[in-house]
Design a protein around this ligand. Structure first.
Ligand code: AMP
Ligand code: MG
Length: 348
């Protein structure tokens, strides 16, 4: 990647990062309709394509290096665009290198364990990108807004009493630090939707028959708790945006911009890891060349010794000759262009 595109990515995501230790009030300073001035809608599709290609390249290297893993946590209110973001942003990567886990109301088995257990069970392996569609943050969001969920978690009394949310923030921060220190980068995206855009998207789910299945009356009931969720999100973002795992608040009212930003944040995390293809030792390289000669000797009559190398060489030669022809054509068009007429009064 060029320094120029690395800088553009860094510039794009910088204003979205929640500074560790800062106090977030989603109502102030986080506009769901924000869009960076230097990103235009007409360029959106191209930018997303570039982001997807970069992700695919980095993911190949991440898998080959097999040392680091990436966990992407996606949080949003209903209709915030989590599913569409995953579908678009990850569309170019090798499915073998990615796992997606969606977290719903916990099952009886999950409730029999500590609250982080089910998330730990779905962590990506080294070399993989794991995406959490909803994440362990539900444990301080929906569970906080609806404390009856906490009752179902079968906690001992001291673990659900006063200070429970502060304790959970600390435990989550510690858990993410542990993961980071052991080679798993935690990338956290909050898709920040406005109440009016949510209303429009709910109506679309009713108006378009193919989208009816996505509509749930429970989502509309949750909408009535909008303020409680905004407060829970604000506190959670303030308490859990850390140096090792900062939050990014993605303006989500414009889907195309949200997707460009989500891709940029994930690419940026991979740039920081900068995974490399493993290189082989000189000895091993020598062994490979010996085997290469043996395989070349096996070429049947009429076949090229190394068809792959021959094809590569042809392609390089073709590219060189195209470049030479283009250069010659440009030079001849310059030569045949009429010279600019002398300006009157120039003494010519
Ligand atoms: P959806 O993502 O639309 O399929 O809905 C999943 C539902 O599961 C949402 O209403 C979440 O609030 C709910 N949910 C996710 N995690 C938890 C949790 N830990 N406790 C209770 N409800 C949860
Ligand atoms: Mg839903």
């Amino acid at each position: 990647m060029t320094d120029e595109s690395a800088k553009r990515i860094a510039d794009l995501i910088k204003p979205l990062r929640v500074r560790p230790g800062s106090k977030v009030d989603l109502g102030k300073g986080f506009d769901p309709r924000y869009k960076a001035d230097f990103v235009k809608k007409k360029d959106g599709a191209g930018l997303l394509r570039t982001g997807i290609a970069l992700l695919a390249d980095y993911q190949g290297r991440l898998a080959a290096q097999d040392t680091y893993g990436v966990l992407v946590c996606l949080q949003a209110l209903d209709a915030g665009g989590k599913d569409g973001t995953i579908r678009h942003v990850m569309s170019g990567v090798n499915p073998q290198g990615v796992t997606v886990s969606a977290f719903k109301v916990p099952s009886a088995e999950e409730l029999d364990h500590d609250y982080l257990w089910r998330y730990a069970c779905r962590l990506p392996a080294r070399g993989q990108i794991g995406i959490f569609n909803r994440s362990h943050y539900e444990e301080v969001l929906v569970v906080r807004v609806h404390p009856e969920n906490l009752d179902r978690e079968k906690l001992p009394k001291p673990a659900k009493g006063k200070g429970v949310w502060e304790r959970r923030y600390r435990e989550i921060n510690d858990w993410e630090r542990y993961l980071t220190d052991n080679g798993f980068k935690v990338v956290k995206l909050f898709l920040n939707l406005s109440k009016e855009e949510q209303r429009t998207r709910f109506l679309k789910r009713i108006d378009v028959p193919e989208k009816n299945w996505k509509f749930s009356a429970a989502d509309v009931r949750e909408r009535a708790r909008w303020k409680d969720y905004q407060r829970a999100f604000s506190e959670m973002l303030s308490a859990t945006s850390t140096r090792w795992a900062p939050w990014y608040v993605i303006p989500a009212d414009r889907k195309w911009f949200a997707r460009v930003c989500a891709a940029a944040v994930i690419v940026h995390a991979l740039m920081e890891i900068d995974p490399q293809y493993p290189t082989v030792s000189a000895d091993r390289r020598q062994q490979l060349l010996t085997v290469k000669r043996e395989l070349e000797d096996e070429a049947p009559k009429g076949a090229r010794a190394d068809p792959f190398a021959a094809k590569e060489a042809e392609e390089v030669a073709a590219a060189r000759s195209r470049a030479a022809q283009d250069g010659a054509a440009q030079a001849s068009s310059r030569a045949s262009r009429p010279r600019a007429a002398a300006r009157p009064g120039s003494g010519a």
